[in-house]
Design a protein around this ligand. Structure first.
Ligand code: C2E
Ligand code: MG
Ligand code: MG
Ligand code: MG
Length: 285
């Protein structure tokens, strides 16, 4: 844009804008180093079966332990990673880490567990090579069908791109389950998403948050759940923060739940400990 308008335009950048640009450059330099210096960590948030409360799944969530700034959440650096193309290396690293951890848990604990990985629209649309390497790595582990779930948001589907469709189909054909993340925040209808092979639909946290104050939100959740079931998808509700919300969602027929009321995201070691203690208790569900 600046180029098109002529050089003089550049001079109009305010000091604040310059500072922001500099800050972005600093952060992307730091992020580039973050992988090799092992500052990135995968946390696992348990997902429970609504009827039994048993941990049957987990979602892998990325955290960055910055040497000076401390812990940084993905919302603050994933967009930067996408813009700079660092998302491909980061995404591949996450995939390897999660598949390796999951393989160990399944092998050592003999539990059926499904672990989901968030994959950004940029990775799906442009990360062909890294996605292919991820699939090859996954294949080599010979995990049970659907042990790994890939979560994509509606944003990935919006363009209705053939590449995107082919990539998602490829994941599904290799035995990786697909979940539609943050459902309800975008504009896609259930009939539109039906053409993809989603196993799971995740109801966005904002719906769950408003449920307690607005009965229409609850009715909406129930409608989404019923329609998802009709389309042969299982439903995971995100961001369940209270027993009340859990009860309402259970009554509405929601299959799985995730949120601080049940469990916070945990280190791999802590999550493994949770699986261990659960293995000692018989399943009453
Ligand atoms: P998401 O995939 O929808 O993940 C769920 C988010 O909700 C996580 O935030 C989780 O910590 C948070 N959460 C879970 N339960 C509760 C609750 O009860 N209350 C509240 N207020 N929040 C809850 P997080 O870890 O900050 O991640 C934010 C987003 O960043 C994720 O949203 C996902 O879109 C993205 N993200 C995280 N990890 C990755 C990754 O490895 N790769 C990519 N591409 N994106 C990632
Ligand atoms: Mg997610
Ligand atoms: Mg989500
Ligand atoms: Mg979200």
């Amino acid at each position: 844009e600046a180029k098109r308008l002529g050089r003089n335009r550049v001079a109009y950048f305010s000091p604040a804008m310059q500072e922001r640009a500099q800050e972005r450059r600093r952060m992307s330099d730091d992020l580039r180093l973050a992988i090799e210096q092992q500052q990135l960590h995968v946390y696992y948030q348990p997902i429970v079966h609504m009827d039994t409360g048993r941990v049957v799944k987990a979602e892998a969530l990325l955290r960055w332990q910055h040497p000076e700034r401390g812990w940084i959440n993905p919302a603050e650096f994933i967009p930067l990673a996408e813009e700079t193309g660092l998302i491909f290396d980061i995404g591949e690293w996450i995939f390897h880490t999660v598949v390796t951890d999951t393989a160990r848990w399944i092998r050592e604990q003999g539990q059926t567990i499904q672990v989901s990985i968030n994959v950004s629209p940029v990775q799906i649309a442009k990360g062909g090579d890294s996605m292919a390497r991820c699939i090859a790595f996954y294949e080599a582990q010979a995990l049970p069908h659907h042990s790994i779930v890939v979560e994509v948001t509606e944003g990935a589907l919006l363009e209705h791109d053939e590449t995107v469709e082919a990539r998602l189909r490829q994941l599904a054909e290799h035995g990786i389950a697909l979940a539609l993340d943050d459902f309800g925040t975008g504009y896609s209808s259930l009939s539109y998403i039906q053409q993809y092979q989603f196993e799971f639909l995740k109801i966005d946290r904002t719906f769950v948050d408003n449920m307690k104050t607005a009965s229409r939100q609850l009715a909406l959740c129930k409608t989404i759940i019923d329609m998802a079931h009709t389309l042969d998808m299982r439903v995971i509700a995100e961001g369940i923060g209270s027993e009340h919300e859990a009860t309402l969602l259970r009554q509405a027929g929601c299959d799985f739940g995730q949120g601080y009321f049940f469990h916070q995201p945990k280190t791999a070691q802590a999550f493994e400990g949770l699986l261990c203690s659960q293995a000692a208790v018989p399943d009453r569900g």
